[in-house]
Design a protein around this ligand. Structure first.
Ligand code: PEP
Length: 256
């Protein structure tokens, strides 16, 4: 445990229906009412942000999107800007998720632009980093994560870095091999990487490194959450599958 306020975020990915969301969100509102020691949020598909705003406004559950365009406006078919997302009351935006980086070939340059747009738009980025299985097997997990964290830090000029600090930007450590596989990192593996990420951030700003929330994602469930969340540098969780079941999400929030 540490002085940072824990944060639990659900990444709904490509899941949801209007009727199903309605039930899930109402259940979460009821379950999480009065739980004020931590922050929690759901990041939904864009098309459900209006529904989230209608249902969650006034509750203690925050919400956000799963990406944002690198463009502000113009002839960019299908893109969604930070200003549009902000209009729907979003606090958070997930960036650089490995499913975007790998499957949709979103590279560092695009992600860096998206990060800047998110910060300019007043959103709080949840910036994902994490090594692939082959990188861990080859003993270069830290090198891979270092590259991603430094890329992220270098993409922030001084003004953007001030914004990142003001909005309490979040970093998510998500080992790619743990996402959706049922094979989570051990608490020691995760703690060690979180401490390393904090050290890397300290090279830019030691004070921010102490207060930035670094959350863990990758097959976290109510069964393994306690051991993970009691680690000193793990400040919460980014949940995929566990976020789609009200009982699991609630239980993990209670543990956090
Ligand atoms: C994720 O995709 O961000 C994630 C953590 O998924 P899961 O919890 O299903 O591994």
């Amino acid at each position: 445990m540490n002085a940072r306020r824990n944060l639990v975020v659900g990444n709904w990915k490509l899941h949801g229906t209007l009727a199903g969301n309605h039930g899930l969100l109402l259940q979460l509102i009821t379950n999480l009412k009065g739980l004020n020691a931590i922050d929690f949020a759901v990041c939904l598909p864009y098309v459900y942000l209006f529904q989230a705003q209608q249902l969650l406004a006034g509750s203690n559950i925050l919400w956000g999107s799963q990406n944002v365009s690198q463009y502000d406006e113009g002839a960019y078919t299908s893109c969604i800007s930070a200003a549009m997302i902000a209009e729907f009351g979003c606090r958070f935006v997930i960036l650089a998720h490995s499913e975007r980086r790998m499957l949709r070939l979103e590279g560092h340059e695009v992600t860096a632009q998206r990060l800047l747009r998110a910060l300019e738009g007043g959103l709080t980025p949840i910036y994902c980093v994490g090594e692939a299985q082959a990188e861990r097997d080859a003993g270069i997990a830290e090198d891979a994560v270092k590259k991603q964290v430094l890329n992220m830090l270098h993409s922030l000029d001084d003004d953007a870095f001030v914004r990142a600090k003001q909005c309490n930007m979040v970093v998510a450590y998500e080992p790619v091999w743990a996402i959706g596989t049922g094979q989570h990192a051990s608490p020691q593996q995760a703690q060690s990487m979180h401490a390393y990420i904090r050290q890397l951030i300290a090279t830019r700003d030691p004070a921010f490194a102490q207060r930035v929330r670094i959350i863990y994602g990758g097959s976290l469930s109510a069964d393994n959450a306690y051991a993970m969340l009691e680690m000193p540098d793990i400040d919460g969780a980014l949940l995929g599958r566990s976020a789609l079941v009200a009982e699991s999400f609630t239980e993990i929030c209670r543990i956090a």
